[in-house]
Write a protein that binds this ligand. Structure first.
Ligand code: ASP
Ligand code: MG
Length: 412
Protein backbone atom coordinates (compact mmCIF):
# COMPACT_ATOMS: atom_id res chain seq x y z
CA UNK A 1 0.00 0.00 0.00
CA UNK A 2 1.29 3.42 -0.87
CA UNK A 3 1.66 5.96 1.93
CA UNK A 4 0.47 9.43 0.98
CA UNK A 5 1.11 12.43 3.22
CA UNK A 6 -1.21 15.36 2.57
CA UNK A 7 -0.81 18.78 4.14
CA UNK A 8 -3.68 21.27 4.14
CA UNK A 9 -2.89 24.93 4.76
CA UNK A 10 -4.94 27.42 6.72
CA UNK A 11 -7.06 28.61 3.79
CA UNK A 12 -7.91 25.04 2.75
CA UNK A 13 -9.39 24.38 6.20
CA UNK A 14 -10.52 27.99 6.67
CA UNK A 15 -14.08 27.21 7.73
CA UNK A 16 -16.30 24.23 8.44
CA UNK A 17 -17.48 23.88 4.83
CA UNK A 18 -13.95 23.88 3.50
CA UNK A 19 -12.98 21.38 6.17
CA UNK A 20 -15.76 19.09 4.91
CA UNK A 21 -14.48 19.40 1.35
CA UNK A 22 -10.99 18.48 2.53
CA UNK A 23 -12.50 15.47 4.31
CA UNK A 24 -14.12 14.35 1.03
CA UNK A 25 -10.77 14.55 -0.74
CA UNK A 26 -9.06 12.55 2.00
CA UNK A 27 -11.80 9.89 1.83
CA UNK A 28 -11.20 9.62 -1.90
CA UNK A 29 -7.45 9.09 -1.45
CA UNK A 30 -8.11 6.54 1.30
CA UNK A 31 -10.69 4.63 -0.77
CA UNK A 32 -8.19 4.56 -3.68
CA UNK A 33 -6.24 2.17 -1.49
CA UNK A 34 -3.63 4.46 0.07
CA UNK A 35 -2.55 4.82 3.66
CA UNK A 36 -3.15 8.50 4.34
CA UNK A 37 -1.44 10.77 6.83
CA UNK A 38 -2.82 14.29 6.93
CA UNK A 39 -1.02 17.28 8.40
CA UNK A 40 -3.17 20.31 9.13
CA UNK A 41 -2.55 23.99 9.72
CA UNK A 42 -4.68 26.17 11.95
CA UNK A 43 -7.95 27.37 10.41
CA UNK A 44 -7.68 30.60 8.41
CA UNK A 45 -6.09 33.40 10.37
CA UNK A 46 -6.24 31.59 13.73
CA UNK A 47 -2.49 31.74 14.37
CA UNK A 48 -2.40 35.49 13.66
CA UNK A 49 -5.33 36.00 16.02
CA UNK A 50 -3.64 34.02 18.78
CA UNK A 51 -0.42 36.02 18.34
CA UNK A 52 -2.45 39.21 18.50
CA UNK A 53 -4.28 38.12 21.64
CA UNK A 54 -0.99 37.26 23.35
CA UNK A 55 0.48 40.64 22.44
CA UNK A 56 -2.54 42.38 23.94
CA UNK A 57 -2.14 40.44 27.20
CA UNK A 58 1.59 40.91 27.51
CA UNK A 59 4.20 43.15 25.93
CA UNK A 60 6.66 40.26 25.77
CA UNK A 61 4.70 37.02 25.98
CA UNK A 62 6.88 34.27 27.53
CA UNK A 63 8.06 32.06 24.67
CA UNK A 64 7.08 28.80 26.33
CA UNK A 65 3.50 29.88 26.90
CA UNK A 66 3.24 31.50 23.47
CA UNK A 67 4.17 28.18 21.87
CA UNK A 68 1.53 26.29 23.83
CA UNK A 69 -1.02 28.89 22.84
CA UNK A 70 -0.12 28.78 19.14
CA UNK A 71 -0.23 24.99 18.92
CA UNK A 72 -3.86 25.09 19.98
CA UNK A 73 -4.84 26.39 16.51
CA UNK A 74 -3.69 23.17 14.84
CA UNK A 75 -5.41 21.09 17.53
CA UNK A 76 -8.74 22.61 16.59
CA UNK A 77 -8.23 21.67 12.93
CA UNK A 78 -6.99 18.16 13.62
CA UNK A 79 -9.85 17.16 15.88
CA UNK A 80 -12.56 18.68 13.66
CA UNK A 81 -11.11 16.94 10.62
CA UNK A 82 -10.98 13.60 12.42
CA UNK A 83 -14.66 14.08 13.32
CA UNK A 84 -15.54 14.87 9.70
CA UNK A 85 -13.80 11.71 8.52
CA UNK A 86 -15.51 9.50 11.09
CA UNK A 87 -18.78 11.07 10.04
CA UNK A 88 -18.01 9.79 6.53
CA UNK A 89 -17.45 6.27 7.83
CA UNK A 90 -13.65 6.42 7.74
CA UNK A 91 -11.70 5.55 10.89
CA UNK A 92 -9.50 8.49 11.81
CA UNK A 93 -7.30 9.46 14.72
CA UNK A 94 -5.69 12.80 15.41
CA UNK A 95 -2.37 13.36 17.16
CA UNK A 96 -0.53 16.44 18.39
CA UNK A 97 3.02 16.92 17.13
CA UNK A 98 4.34 15.58 20.40
CA UNK A 99 2.14 12.47 20.21
CA UNK A 100 3.24 11.94 16.62
CA UNK A 101 6.88 11.85 17.75
CA UNK A 102 8.09 15.17 16.35
CA UNK A 103 11.16 15.75 18.54
CA UNK A 104 12.76 19.20 18.36
CA UNK A 105 15.40 21.35 19.98
CA UNK A 106 14.32 23.79 22.68
CA UNK A 107 14.29 27.03 20.64
CA UNK A 108 10.74 28.30 21.09
CA UNK A 109 9.13 29.92 18.06
CA UNK A 110 11.59 28.45 15.57
CA UNK A 111 12.45 24.97 16.80
CA UNK A 112 14.24 22.56 14.52
CA UNK A 113 13.21 18.94 14.17
CA UNK A 114 15.93 16.65 15.55
CA UNK A 115 14.22 13.31 15.22
CA UNK A 116 10.91 11.71 14.37
CA UNK A 117 9.62 8.66 16.20
CA UNK A 118 6.31 8.01 14.45
CA UNK A 119 5.48 4.77 16.29
CA UNK A 120 1.94 5.81 17.17
CA UNK A 121 1.30 7.16 13.68
CA UNK A 122 2.47 3.92 12.08
CA UNK A 123 0.43 1.85 14.52
CA UNK A 124 -2.73 3.84 13.81
CA UNK A 125 -2.11 3.57 10.06
CA UNK A 126 -1.62 -0.18 10.33
CA UNK A 127 -4.90 -0.29 12.25
CA UNK A 128 -6.65 1.10 9.17
CA UNK A 129 -6.97 4.68 10.33
CA UNK A 130 -6.44 7.88 8.47
CA UNK A 131 -3.98 9.69 10.72
CA UNK A 132 -4.27 13.43 11.26
CA UNK A 133 -1.27 15.24 12.70
CA UNK A 134 -1.22 18.79 14.00
CA UNK A 135 1.33 20.72 11.96
CA UNK A 136 3.91 23.28 13.05
CA UNK A 137 4.68 21.76 16.46
CA UNK A 138 6.79 19.31 18.36
CA UNK A 139 8.23 18.61 21.77
CA UNK A 140 11.70 19.53 22.97
CA UNK A 141 14.04 16.63 23.61
CA UNK A 142 15.69 18.44 26.54
CA UNK A 143 13.02 20.48 28.26
CA UNK A 144 9.99 18.34 27.26
CA UNK A 145 8.21 21.61 26.53
CA UNK A 146 5.94 22.08 23.53
CA UNK A 147 7.65 23.95 20.70
CA UNK A 148 6.61 25.49 17.38
CA UNK A 149 8.61 25.27 14.16
CA UNK A 150 8.17 28.85 12.93
CA UNK A 151 5.42 30.39 10.80
CA UNK A 152 4.46 28.12 7.93
CA UNK A 153 5.94 25.19 9.83
CA UNK A 154 3.21 22.70 8.91
CA UNK A 155 4.97 22.20 5.58
CA UNK A 156 8.01 21.00 7.49
CA UNK A 157 5.93 18.68 9.67
CA UNK A 158 4.46 17.13 6.52
CA UNK A 159 7.71 16.62 4.61
CA UNK A 160 9.53 15.39 7.72
CA UNK A 161 6.78 12.86 8.41
CA UNK A 162 6.81 11.79 4.77
CA UNK A 163 10.56 11.16 5.10
CA UNK A 164 10.20 9.26 8.39
CA UNK A 165 7.36 7.09 7.04
CA UNK A 166 9.08 6.63 3.66
CA UNK A 167 5.93 7.95 1.99
CA UNK A 168 5.50 7.80 -1.78
CA UNK A 169 4.59 11.44 -2.06
CA UNK A 170 4.03 14.49 0.12
CA UNK A 171 1.18 16.57 -1.27
CA UNK A 172 1.12 20.18 -0.09
CA UNK A 173 -2.40 21.54 -0.58
CA UNK A 174 -2.69 25.29 -0.75
CA UNK A 175 -4.89 27.98 -2.27
CA UNK A 176 -2.84 28.39 -5.46
CA UNK A 177 -2.25 25.89 -8.27
CA UNK A 178 1.44 25.40 -7.60
CA UNK A 179 4.74 27.25 -7.76
CA UNK A 180 4.68 30.19 -10.15
CA UNK A 181 7.38 32.06 -12.09
CA UNK A 182 6.50 35.12 -9.95
CA UNK A 183 3.73 36.21 -7.61
CA UNK A 184 0.66 36.37 -9.92
CA UNK A 185 -0.70 39.31 -7.90
CA UNK A 186 2.25 41.35 -9.14
CA UNK A 187 2.77 39.68 -12.51
CA UNK A 188 -0.57 38.54 -13.98
CA UNK A 189 1.17 36.59 -16.78
CA UNK A 190 3.16 34.46 -14.31
CA UNK A 191 3.17 30.79 -15.27
CA UNK A 192 2.77 27.68 -13.14
CA UNK A 193 5.94 25.56 -13.18
CA UNK A 194 5.52 21.84 -13.89
CA UNK A 195 8.71 20.98 -12.09
CA UNK A 196 11.35 22.64 -9.93
CA UNK A 197 14.50 21.05 -8.52
CA UNK A 198 15.09 21.03 -4.76
CA UNK A 199 17.93 23.52 -5.20
CA UNK A 200 15.80 25.98 -7.12
CA UNK A 201 12.88 25.59 -4.72
CA UNK A 202 15.21 26.16 -1.78
CA UNK A 203 16.37 29.42 -3.31
CA UNK A 204 12.84 30.52 -4.25
CA UNK A 205 11.50 29.74 -0.78
CA UNK A 206 14.44 31.36 0.98
CA UNK A 207 14.01 34.47 -1.17
CA UNK A 208 10.37 35.03 -0.33
CA UNK A 209 8.21 32.63 -2.39
CA UNK A 210 5.68 31.81 0.30
CA UNK A 211 4.33 28.59 -1.14
CA UNK A 212 6.70 26.33 0.84
CA UNK A 213 8.67 26.82 4.05
CA UNK A 214 12.44 26.62 3.44
CA UNK A 215 13.02 23.95 6.07
CA UNK A 216 10.50 21.66 4.42
CA UNK A 217 12.42 21.81 1.14
CA UNK A 218 15.69 21.07 2.95
CA UNK A 219 14.06 18.01 4.47
CA UNK A 220 12.73 17.00 1.10
CA UNK A 221 16.13 17.30 -0.53
CA UNK A 222 18.01 15.56 2.26
CA UNK A 223 15.64 12.59 2.27
CA UNK A 224 14.56 12.53 -1.38
CA UNK A 225 10.86 13.20 -0.64
CA UNK A 226 8.79 13.95 -3.75
CA UNK A 227 6.78 17.08 -2.97
CA UNK A 228 3.68 17.93 -4.99
CA UNK A 229 2.45 21.48 -4.43
CA UNK A 230 -1.18 21.75 -5.56
CA UNK A 231 -4.50 23.44 -4.95
CA UNK A 232 -7.11 22.05 -2.57
CA UNK A 233 -9.74 23.87 -4.64
CA UNK A 234 -9.24 21.81 -7.81
CA UNK A 235 -7.98 18.44 -8.98
CA UNK A 236 -5.41 19.80 -11.45
CA UNK A 237 -1.78 18.73 -11.21
CA UNK A 238 0.39 21.28 -9.47
CA UNK A 239 4.17 21.63 -9.32
CA UNK A 240 6.46 18.70 -8.60
CA UNK A 241 9.45 19.56 -6.43
CA UNK A 242 12.12 16.92 -6.71
CA UNK A 243 14.56 15.26 -9.05
CA UNK A 244 14.05 15.96 -12.75
CA UNK A 245 12.56 13.20 -14.87
CA UNK A 246 14.74 11.89 -17.71
CA UNK A 247 14.95 13.72 -21.02
CA UNK A 248 13.09 16.78 -19.85
CA UNK A 249 15.05 19.97 -20.09
CA UNK A 250 14.49 22.67 -17.55
CA UNK A 251 14.39 26.34 -18.45
CA UNK A 252 17.48 28.42 -17.70
CA UNK A 253 15.50 30.56 -15.31
CA UNK A 254 12.70 29.20 -13.16
CA UNK A 255 11.37 32.32 -11.51
CA UNK A 256 11.53 35.61 -9.68
CA UNK A 257 10.93 35.77 -5.93
CA UNK A 258 10.56 38.85 -3.82
CA UNK A 259 10.67 39.51 -0.12
CA UNK A 260 9.48 42.61 1.68
CA UNK A 261 9.94 41.24 5.19
CA UNK A 262 13.52 42.33 5.71
CA UNK A 263 15.29 45.48 6.86
CA UNK A 264 18.81 46.72 6.17
CA UNK A 265 21.31 47.55 8.90
CA UNK A 266 24.51 49.46 8.20
CA UNK A 267 27.38 49.68 10.65
CA UNK A 268 29.29 52.77 9.59
CA UNK A 269 33.00 53.43 9.57
CA UNK A 270 34.05 50.11 11.02
CA UNK A 271 37.84 49.92 11.64
CA UNK A 272 39.25 47.69 8.89
CA UNK A 273 41.30 45.15 10.83
CA UNK A 274 41.10 41.40 11.31
CA UNK A 275 38.51 40.15 13.77
CA UNK A 276 36.07 43.05 13.78
CA UNK A 277 33.47 41.50 11.46
CA UNK A 278 33.82 38.25 13.39
CA UNK A 279 33.04 40.10 16.64
CA UNK A 280 29.98 41.84 15.24
CA UNK A 281 28.47 38.78 13.61
CA UNK A 282 29.29 36.43 16.51
CA UNK A 283 27.34 38.73 18.80
CA UNK A 284 24.38 38.68 16.40
CA UNK A 285 24.59 34.88 16.17
CA UNK A 286 24.63 34.56 19.95
CA UNK A 287 21.42 36.56 20.05
CA UNK A 288 20.03 34.00 17.51
CA UNK A 289 19.46 36.73 14.91
CA UNK A 290 19.40 35.30 11.40
CA UNK A 291 21.43 37.40 9.02
CA UNK A 292 20.77 37.23 5.31
CA UNK A 293 22.73 39.28 2.79
CA UNK A 294 26.03 40.86 3.91
CA UNK A 295 28.00 43.48 2.00
CA UNK A 296 31.29 45.06 3.06
CA UNK A 297 32.53 47.98 1.04
CA UNK A 298 36.08 48.77 -0.03
CA UNK A 299 37.71 50.59 2.84
CA UNK A 300 38.83 54.19 2.75
CA UNK A 301 41.23 55.57 5.37
CA UNK A 302 41.21 52.29 7.25
CA UNK A 303 37.45 52.26 7.71
CA UNK A 304 34.64 50.46 5.95
CA UNK A 305 30.83 50.27 6.04
CA UNK A 306 29.25 46.87 6.61
CA UNK A 307 25.60 46.37 5.64
CA UNK A 308 23.41 43.34 6.11
CA UNK A 309 19.75 42.40 5.89
CA UNK A 310 17.69 40.61 8.53
CA UNK A 311 14.01 39.96 9.34
CA UNK A 312 12.44 43.36 10.04
CA UNK A 313 11.05 42.11 13.36
CA UNK A 314 14.58 41.51 14.63
CA UNK A 315 15.93 45.03 14.00
CA UNK A 316 15.42 46.28 17.58
CA UNK A 317 17.18 43.23 18.94
CA UNK A 318 20.04 43.72 16.46
CA UNK A 319 20.33 47.40 17.34
CA UNK A 320 20.51 46.46 21.02
CA UNK A 321 23.38 44.08 20.30
CA UNK A 322 25.25 46.31 17.84
CA UNK A 323 25.10 49.79 19.36
CA UNK A 324 27.28 49.06 22.42
CA UNK A 325 29.57 46.92 20.26
CA UNK A 326 29.96 49.66 17.64
CA UNK A 327 31.23 51.94 20.42
CA UNK A 328 33.55 49.26 21.68
CA UNK A 329 35.22 48.57 18.33
CA UNK A 330 35.30 52.27 17.46
CA UNK A 331 32.78 52.18 14.60
CA UNK A 332 30.84 55.27 13.52
CA UNK A 333 27.29 54.18 14.27
CA UNK A 334 24.38 51.94 13.37
CA UNK A 335 21.78 52.87 10.73
CA UNK A 336 18.54 50.97 10.07
CA UNK A 337 16.54 51.14 6.82
CA UNK A 338 13.23 49.31 7.21
CA UNK A 339 11.92 50.21 3.73
CA UNK A 340 13.72 47.75 1.53
CA UNK A 341 12.76 44.79 -0.63
CA UNK A 342 14.75 41.94 -2.06
CA UNK A 343 14.18 40.71 -5.60
CA UNK A 344 15.79 37.43 -6.66
CA UNK A 345 16.14 35.65 -9.96
CA UNK A 346 16.53 31.86 -9.62
CA UNK A 347 17.48 29.25 -12.19
CA UNK A 348 19.74 26.20 -12.38
CA UNK A 349 20.75 27.14 -15.94
CA UNK A 350 22.61 30.21 -14.68
CA UNK A 351 25.59 28.03 -13.88
CA UNK A 352 26.24 27.47 -17.57
CA UNK A 353 24.76 30.59 -19.16
CA UNK A 354 26.81 33.77 -18.82
CA UNK A 355 25.25 37.20 -18.85
CA UNK A 356 22.22 36.52 -16.67
CA UNK A 357 23.18 39.09 -14.01
CA UNK A 358 23.99 41.70 -16.65
CA UNK A 359 20.60 41.18 -18.29
CA UNK A 360 18.82 41.47 -14.93
CA UNK A 361 20.65 44.67 -13.96
CA UNK A 362 19.96 46.10 -17.42
CA UNK A 363 16.23 45.50 -16.99
CA UNK A 364 16.27 47.18 -13.58
CA UNK A 365 18.14 50.19 -14.90
CA UNK A 366 15.75 50.52 -17.86
CA UNK A 367 12.88 50.50 -15.35
CA UNK A 368 14.60 53.22 -13.30
CA UNK A 369 15.18 51.01 -10.27
CA UNK A 370 18.29 51.69 -8.17
CA UNK A 371 20.17 48.65 -6.81
CA UNK A 372 21.32 49.02 -3.19
CA UNK A 373 22.95 45.63 -2.57
CA UNK A 374 23.73 42.58 -4.68
CA UNK A 375 24.38 38.99 -3.72
CA UNK A 376 24.60 35.78 -5.72
CA UNK A 377 24.77 32.03 -5.42
CA UNK A 378 25.53 29.69 -8.31
CA UNK A 379 21.84 29.59 -9.24
CA UNK A 380 20.57 32.96 -7.94
CA UNK A 381 21.07 36.70 -8.32
CA UNK A 382 19.46 38.88 -5.62
CA UNK A 383 19.26 42.63 -5.35
CA UNK A 384 18.05 44.89 -2.58
CA UNK A 385 15.95 47.81 -3.79
CA UNK A 386 13.73 50.40 -2.20
CA UNK A 387 10.42 48.93 -1.06
CA UNK A 388 8.58 51.39 -3.31
CA UNK A 389 10.27 49.80 -6.34
CA UNK A 390 9.48 46.16 -5.63
CA UNK A 391 6.60 45.68 -8.09
CA UNK A 392 8.37 47.52 -10.90
CA UNK A 393 11.51 45.47 -10.29
CA UNK A 394 9.73 42.08 -10.27
CA UNK A 395 7.82 42.94 -13.45
CA UNK A 396 10.93 44.18 -15.23
CA UNK A 397 13.01 41.11 -14.39
CA UNK A 398 10.19 38.64 -15.13
CA UNK A 399 9.58 40.37 -18.45
CA UNK A 400 13.15 40.56 -19.69
CA UNK A 401 13.62 36.80 -19.23
CA UNK A 402 10.35 36.00 -20.99
CA UNK A 403 9.02 33.97 -18.09
CA UNK A 404 5.32 34.73 -18.55
CA UNK A 405 2.76 32.82 -20.56
CA UNK A 406 2.65 35.80 -22.90
CA UNK A 407 6.21 35.08 -24.01
CA UNK A 408 7.99 32.05 -25.47
CA UNK A 409 9.76 29.96 -22.86
CA UNK A 410 13.56 29.99 -22.94
CA UNK A 411 14.90 26.45 -22.95
CA UNK A 412 18.51 25.56 -22.25
N1 ASP B 1 -0.50 27.90 11.63
C1 ASP B 1 0.89 28.17 11.47
C2 ASP B 1 1.07 29.50 10.76
O1 ASP B 1 0.10 30.16 10.46
C3 ASP B 1 1.62 27.08 10.78
C4 ASP B 1 1.25 26.84 9.34
O2 ASP B 1 0.25 27.35 8.83
O3 ASP B 1 1.98 26.12 8.66
O4 ASP B 1 2.18 29.90 10.54
MG1 MG C 1 0.50 28.32 6.30
Amino acid sequence: MAIVVQKYGGTSVGDVDRMKRVADRIVRTHRDGNQVVVVVSAMGKTTDELVDMASRISERPPERELDILLTSGERISMSLLAMALQDRGVAAKSFTGSQAGIITDAVHGKARILDITPGRVQEALDGGNVVIVAGFQGVSQDTKDITTLGRGGSDTTAVALAAALDADVCEIYTDVDGVFTADPRIVPSARKLEHVSYEEMLELAAQGAKVLMVRSVEFGRNHGVRIHVRSSFSYTTGTLVGPQEDNVEDAIISGVAHDTSEAKVTIQAVPDRPGVAARLFSALAEATINIDMIVQNVSADGRTDISFTLPRGETDKARGVLEPLADEVGAGGVLVDPDIAKVSLVGAGMKTHPGVAAKMFGALSAAGVNIEMISTSTIRVSVVVSKDDVETAVQAVHGVFGLGDDAPMEVS
